[in-house]
Design a protein around this ligand. Structure first.
Ligand SMILES: [Zn+2]
Length: 262
């Protein structure tokens, strides 16, 4: 059974100020026409993440999403987890600090708006943005005098640290280094910390131990390569579908993985 976590009728106009007609927006640019450059390129549609209000499973990996999971809707309007949607490397920046939000969005190649259905107001409301960590850091640096933002950031970091199991991260990093000796110095820790956040948050410690097998390491490394060594995030940001974007960069990901693996 495919469980639609979000009533599709209520999705219309979400986050767009309610001016949406309910029709699908056309793809902004027809990229099948090689070399065609329209005079004015409309902004790609916002990438949306919904905080669901029902239990469900990811339509792609089958992971149990639990209650109030953060989901993305794929082309067929099925709920997929943020890991499958390739948005799980982004950090949540709650609404509340307009200057910080504006700067972080501007500095982030890929970002998504986070929406939650309000039962009382009968509409989707913005909860904040998912932005790149580096963009958030740059924005915070720009808002240096803004002490509350820094305090909020420190609190988020502390929460993340609580989730992270240091031993597990170290073992994961070690495995990354062993399987990918050519991986740039320090990257194994970035990859491991990210994977740890995912596994410890989603499947718990016992399953996390299993995640140290080769397939999980390879998946984590390839996801990292996609986001850091290719134009994948730019492709998503301009509105490309995930699978199109993955096809486009697949050869490059293979090449980098081979280089790191030898
Ligand atoms: Zn999934």
């Amino acid at each position: 059974m495919e469980l639609s976590l979000v009533d599709s009728a209520t999705l219309r106009g979400a986050g767009s100020g309610g001016s949406c007609t309910g029709h699908e927006h056309p793809r902004p640019v027809d990229r099948t026409v090689a070399g065609a450059t329209p005079n004015r390129v409309p902004a790609p549609p916002e990438i949306k993440v919904f905080i669901s209000n029902r239990d469900g499973v990811c339509a792609e990996c089958g992971a149990n999403l639990g209650h109030s999971a953060w989901i993305h809707l794929d082309q067929a309007k099925r709920a997929v987890c943020l890991f499958c949607a390739d948005l799980d490397h982004l950090e949540f920046l709650p609404t509340g600090d307009a200057a910080l939000t504006r700067r972080a969005k501007q500095a982030s190649t890929l970002w998504a708006v986070v929406l939650k259905w309000s039962r009382s107001r009968k509409r989707y409301e913005r909860q904040g943005l998912l932005v790149e960590e580096a963009a958030l850091e740059a924005a915070e640096a720009a808002c240096l005098e803004d002490a509350p933002a820094r305090a909020a950031r420190a609190q988020r970091r502390a929460q993340q640290a609580l989730v992270a199991d240091a031993n597990y991260v170290a073992r994961f990093a070690q495995e990354v280094r062993r399987r990918y000796p050519g991986c740039p110095v320090g990257r194994e820790h970035t990859i491991a910390e990210h994977a740890c956040r995912k596994y410890s948050a989603r499947v718990g410690r016992s399953a996390a131990a299993k995640s140290l097998d080769g397939d999980a390491i390879d998946l984590a490394v390839r996801a990292h390569i996609r986001h850091t060594e290719t134009s994948y995030d730019q492709l998503l940001a301009r509105g490309d579908e995930r699978f199109d974007a993955r096809r486009e960069i697949a050869a490059l990901v293979d090449a980098v993985a081979r280089r790191w693996g030898s």
